[in-house]
Design a protein around this ligand. Structure first.
Ligand code: NAD
Length: 351
């Protein structure tokens, strides 16, 4: 059993903890928190051992929340740390992990230079073999890598151009609102997402434009890919439908946007209404000469979760790509269909 510590128990960390717990070959040592808030209470309710920096212990004590130890003890007790702290804090935590020879996985907001490899399971699983430090790329980059890799394999990608219509903040990020605006973000082109894709797929020619809108549910990608060949749209649909982490939204079922997608996820019993898959509108897949177009929705809070699990297996040689993705998908229930079982497969035992 791989012993995994999760440092940073927010939007991503809490989901990764539950996902690790759902796997047959890994276990959660505990979760690192800095504040004794409702999220810490929920972690205890889920029977996760809580760890905090030594200088924060008194706060937890005052709040009546028991700690299992310090963050340093969590690092020592773990085979590997998944660092899910806010951007830049991971880099600050790096020396602690290095000091204890504890490998670590960082998240998308950290710099590629911090790690041995940036990671997406479908695109470069093997690159993380024996890596001590890996970065699971951001939600948007993950979504782009998942789409571009099968397109590159099947048809060749000459050039990708993607406009990202990004949610202004996660539902819990009240500090980012209230807002009522539409921003080019960044106003300079390209946005950082294209170069970030190249940390995983160095040979892909891609330009990205970023915008931000006052929404919290999901991101929307408007995609144009010039292919090296001119497949029929139906062939592209069939090819993409083979990918377990791409959900092709069937035509005519009334899923007209992020709100409906989230509703579908809740109806399907997904924990926290999570959508681990890219959600590609089947009807939007069009090919003009060799130009492919489509829209895809990306659930920013959850698409990187299965990737963190696969990164753990890749780093420790626990399985090859196909086997790891299969195990992860099966344990979580990845592979949404309209008649997916309405049974959460992701919560802690007995929850
Ligand atoms: P978050 O703010 O929701 O959670 C971060 C947690 O870490 C918070 O609970 C915070 O209190 C805690 N924390 C802060 N400093 C800490 C420290 N020194 N030690 C331990 N815990 C500490 O952030 P998030 O949205 O989960 O983002 C985490 C990482 O995941 C970032 O790199 C982010 O870019 C990436 N990411 C976020 C999203 C998203 O949409 N939320 C999507 C993909 C990737």
């Amino acid at each position: 059993m791989l012993r995994v510590g999760i440092n940073g128990y927010g939007t991503i960390g809490k989901r990764v903890a539950d996902a690790v717990r759902a796997q047959p070959d890994m276990t959660v040592v505990g979760v690192g928190k800095t504040s004794p808030d409702y999220v810490a209470e929920r972690a205890r309710a889920l029977e996760y051992d809580l760890y905090a920096p030594a200088e924060r212990a008194e706060r937890f004590d005052t709040a009546g929340i028991n700690l299992a130890g310090t963050t340093e003890e969590l690092v020592r007790a773990s085979d590997v740390i998944v660092d899910a702290t806010p951007g830049g804090i991971g880099a600050e935590n790096y020396p602690l992990y290095a000091e204890h020879d504890t490998p670590a996985i960082f998240q998308g907001a950290e710099e590629d230079e911090l790690v041995d490899t940036s990671f997406n399971a479908r695109s470069n699983f093997e690159a993380a073999a024996d890596a001590e430090y890996t970065r699971v790329v951001s939600c948007n980059t993950t979504g782009l890598c998942r789409l571009l890799t099968p397109l590159e394999e099947a048809y060749g990608v000459e050039k990708a151009r993607v406009t990202l219509i990004r949610r202004g903040g996660d539902p819990v990020q009240s500090s980012r609102g209230p807002i009522d605006d539409i921003l080019p973000d960044p106003v300079s082109i390209p946005s950082h997402h294209g170069p970030d894709v190249k940390t995983v797929l160095p040979d892909i020619d891609i330009d990205t434009l970023g915008t931000k809108v006052p929404a919290t549910h999901m991101h929307l990608h408007s995609v144009n890919v010039t292919l090296a060949s001119s497949p029929e749209p139906e062939a592209v649909r069939s090819r993409l439908a083979e990918e377990s982490r791409l959900f092709l939204i069937p035509e005519g079922v009334g899923v007209d946007g992020a709100g409906a997608l989230k509703e579908l996820a809740h109806d399907a019993g997904r924990p926290r209404g999570d959508l681990w898959e890219n959600c590609v509108w089947e009807e939007s897949i069009a090919v003009e000469d060799s130009d492919l177009y489509c829209f895809q929705g990306i659930h920013q809070e959850s698409d990187v979760v299965p990737e963190n699990i696969d990164a753990l297996r890749a780093m420790f040689g626990l399985a090859d790509r196909e086997e790891s993705m299969r195990m992860t998908d099966e344990a979580l229930g990845v592979g949404l269909t309209l008649d997916s079982a309405s049974r959460p497969r992701y919560a802690a035992d007995g929850q």
